[in-house]
Design a protein around this ligand. Structure first.
Ligand code: HEM
Ligand code: HEM
Length: 172
């Protein structure tokens, strides 16, 4: 029989990723817009790189456990077209996290500054292709997260408990 919840380690990685992504968006938005010379510019870039690397590592770990540890079957009542959408959105969320987590460091590499998060933003070239990918793909990731949250909340309200599968609450 398949388990009724995700493994604890995957639950922890899910919520730590949510926390990091919730910080990455405003930090990324602000750091890219405040002027060079502001005392906040460099610390925000370094915080962003640090959190972004953390998301990248956590995503790789989640995928490792996904294929290594027994996974719960899809929630009851998720069938047909809804099941296809459920699978697609989950897969694309992983792809989105990987693409954002890899395109960020690619900006560093294409700018020739190495991979260290202790970066000097003045040395970065924001016209490299990876920067365009990183800056534009954020919309796709945001849209996926939006669809994901609507799916989870609507299931929780209308169909039954799904949050306990990710460690929130004891289930009903
Ligand atoms: C999943 C992880 C990540 C997310 C969700 C994310 C998100 C963002 C967002 C929302 C922006 C602001 C874009 C804008 O509106 O101008 C941004 C910019 C940026 N991020 Fe990330 N980021 C992630 C990982 C990383 C990593 C790991 C690095 C580097 C180690 C990085 C480096 C950068 C750089 C250099 C910019 C400025 C790009 C530009 O202005 O052209 N990011 N990121
Ligand atoms: C940054 C935002 C988020 C990202 C990137 C994200 C990502 C993911 C991914 C990739 C999965 C699939 C896990 C797997 O099957 O391996 C998942 C599942 C799940 N997420 Fe999120 N999530 C986010 C926000 C949230 C929020 C805010 C909630 C709660 C409202 C939530 C609740 C859940 C639940 C309950 C599941 C398990 C669904 C099931 O039963 O299969 N997530 N999430």
């Amino acid at each position: 029989m398949s388990p009724t919840r995700y493994p604890r380690v995957m639950q922890a990685l899910h919520w730590l990723t949510v926390l990091a992504v919730v910080l990455l968006f405003p930090v990324g938005y602000v750091m890219a817009r405040i002027e060079f010379g502001s005392p906040l510019k460099t610390p925000l870039f370094r915080l962003h790189a640090f959190l972004g690397y953390a998301v990248l590592i956590m995503t790789v770990l989640r995928l490792y456990y996904k294929f290594r540890a027994p996974q719960p079957a899809p929630p009851a009542e998720v069938r047909g077209a809804r099941l296809a959408l459920y699978r697609l959105v989950h897969a694309l969320l992983y792809v989105g996290l990987l693409l954002m987590g890899l395109s960020g460091p690619s900006v560093f590499l294409q700018s020739g500054v190495g991979l260290s998060p202790w970066v000097d933003p003045g040395a970065l070239n924001f016209k490299v292709p990876a920067a365009a990918l990183h800056v534009n793909f954020k919309y796709a990731l945001l849209a996926l997260i939006g669809v994901h949250i609507v799916g989870v909340v609507s299931y929780q309200v209308a169909k039954g408990d799904v949050l306990s599968r990710m460690g929130l609450g004891r289930g009903r």
